[in-house]
Design a protein around this ligand. Structure first.
Ligand SMILES: Cc1cc2nc3c(=O)[nH]c(=O)nc-3n(C[C@H](O)[C@H](O)[C@H](O)COP(=O)(O)O)c2cc1C
Length: 459
């Protein structure tokens, strides 16, 4: 039965920070299943939820643009994370951080209470996006959605994120970290005795607990990765701007030297040299920024898939606890519990597979990056030598100080470039130092994850 639509009420539907909930849908977003917390918080019955499109809990305050992004990701078979304001059956609202991932039967969405500083930003931003969509009018909803998406991306730019992708990666990690400070880990309260269902649930809980420990160790590096990524992004942008600048100034120097009547030949040679050297540096910088992008993108994927896996493991543990309590109270019909556990396990397995794929990419980008850094350092040294030579030549020429000024501009840029390169080197060295230990820890975590997944598949 389709529940009647209610009007939104400005009242929050409560749930605890330690509570986690999930729903599964088919490829079209029709709800297939969920857990008890989802049912309770939504205020619907499970029977009413199953078979309904997920917009059954849509809140009118939510901008369409966010769901547009969600479906864009899912259609690309990519995971999505985002803040969603939902509406319960009684019209009350509740905010969640949602991680939505593709699974075999369709999609899985894991949700929890947001608490990081990003949440405050989003709470202020969404009404602006909604206003943009309303301003376009119902008849023009598609344009309104495009405008609101552009507005969202531009607001995220203002916060230092190049794309929604970068934002959601940082936001999910921040929310998990905030959750960690608020919610202590679930204690493993294996109840001895009981029937085979209870014993299976206990075995799964124990296995999930072991994985949780491994993933927590790995997750401790995520903050560090994200801060290094930020530094590397900044340095890459700086170097790109610099290479274009130095080349432009050296071309100006070449033109100025050609205009000189007396003594111009020596400066022309120097300028030609400057132009050639700066052209070479541009090529090195170009290659370097490409390698930096490969490294940061692989590190981002590493951090995001790890965050996803961690949340999925926590969700699984939570669900197992829910089931265990029902079994202990003799109150469960364990309705498709096995199917739901298997779907959760599948999501963990997919996230750790993405992690296993991203890590070698990050490691693979390092050697080339280190070589290019050395190349760029010697490019910069060569440019400095040409700069000194230019100053000697320019000293004997009366051009009103034009050439000296151009050389000074190049010199200032080169000095800054050397400093920036130094900082870049520190960032890359930090990653080079941590990545092998991280990779080892990830390898150690894999067998327990595999064991859990096969246990879940046969539970
Ligand atoms: C796995 C999954 C979970 C979803 N969770 C929610 C949700 O919690 N709230 C929501 O409003 N939409 C959710 N959606 C998106 C809805 O399917 C839908 O796109 C959205 O509510 C917008 O509905 P509308 O197109 O009718 O405006 C989810 C979709 C999927 C695939």
């Amino acid at each position: 039965m389709i529940p009647p639509r209610v009007s939104p009420r400005d009242q929050e539907r409560p749930f605890r920070s330690d509570e986690l909930f999930f729903s599964t849908t088919d490829r079209k977003g029709v709800i297939l299943n969920g857990n008890d917390v989802f049912v309770r918080v939504s205020g619907h019955t499970l029977e009413n939820l199953v078979g309904q499109p997920h917009n059954i809990i849509r809140h009118p305050d939510m901008p369409r643009a966010v769901f547009g992004l969600l479906w864009d990701y899912l259609e690309r078979d990519a995971p999505f994370a985002g803040y969603v304001k939902n509406m319960a059956a009684d019209g009350c609202y509740y905010w969640v951080m949602a991680l939505v991932v593709p699974v075999r039967e369709g999609f899985l969405s894991v949700r929890f209470k947001p608490a990081s500083p990003f949440f405050d930003v989003v709470r202020k931003l969404y009404p602006q996006l909604l206003a943009t969509e309303h301003a376009a009018g119902q008849g023009n909803w598609r344009r309104g959605m495009q405008d609101a998406t552009a507005q969202l991306v531009s607001a995220l730019h203002g916060l230092g994120f190049k794309s929604y992708d970068h934002f959601m990666q940082a936001a999910l990690a921040a929310e998990l970290a905030a959750r960690k400070t608020e919610v202590p880990s679930l204690t493993l309260d294996v109840l001895q005795g009981g029937d085979t269902t209870a014993a299976t649930l206990d075995a799964l809980s124990h296995s999930a607990h072991v994985i949780d420990g491994h993933l927590n160790t790995l997750f401790a590096s995520v903050d560090d990765f994200l801060s290094v990524i930020k530094t590397l992004d900044e340095k890459a942008s700086f170097l790109l701007g610099l290479s274009a600048n130095v080349h432009l100034v050296s071309l100006n120097a070449l033109i100025s030297s050609c205009r000189l009547e007396r003594g111009g030949e020596g400066l022309a040679v120097v300028s030609q040299n400057l132009a050639t050297q700066s052209h070479d540096s541009m090529a090195t910088i170009d290659q370097m920024t490409r390698q930096l992008l490969a490294l940061t993108s692989a590190l981002r994927d590493t951090a995001f898939s790890l965050s996803a896996a961690k949340l999925e493991v926590e969700m699984t543990s939570f669900f197992l606890h829910e089931l265990r309590a029902l079994v202990a109270a003799d109150a469960t019909d364990a309705c498709d519990a096995q199917g739901r556990i298997a779907t959760l396990a599948e999501s963990i397995s997919r996230s750790t597979a993405r992690l296993a794929e991203a890590l070698p990419r990050a490691q693979g980008a390092l050697p080339a990056l280190l070589r290019l850094q050395q190349e760029l350092a010697s490019d910069l040294r060569r440019l400095s030598c040409v700069h000194v030579l230019g100053k000697i030549h320019a000293a004997g020429i009366d051009d009103g100080g034009v050439f000296i000024e151009l050389l000074e501009r190049i010199f200032t840029q080169l000095s800054t470039a050397s400093e920036e390169l130094q900082e870049l080197l520190v960032g890359v060295a930090r990653i080079k130092d941590r990545l092998p230990r991280f990779a080892t820890a990830a390898r150690v975590a894999q067998p327990p994850i595999d064991r859990f997944c096969s246990l879940a598949a046969t539970a």
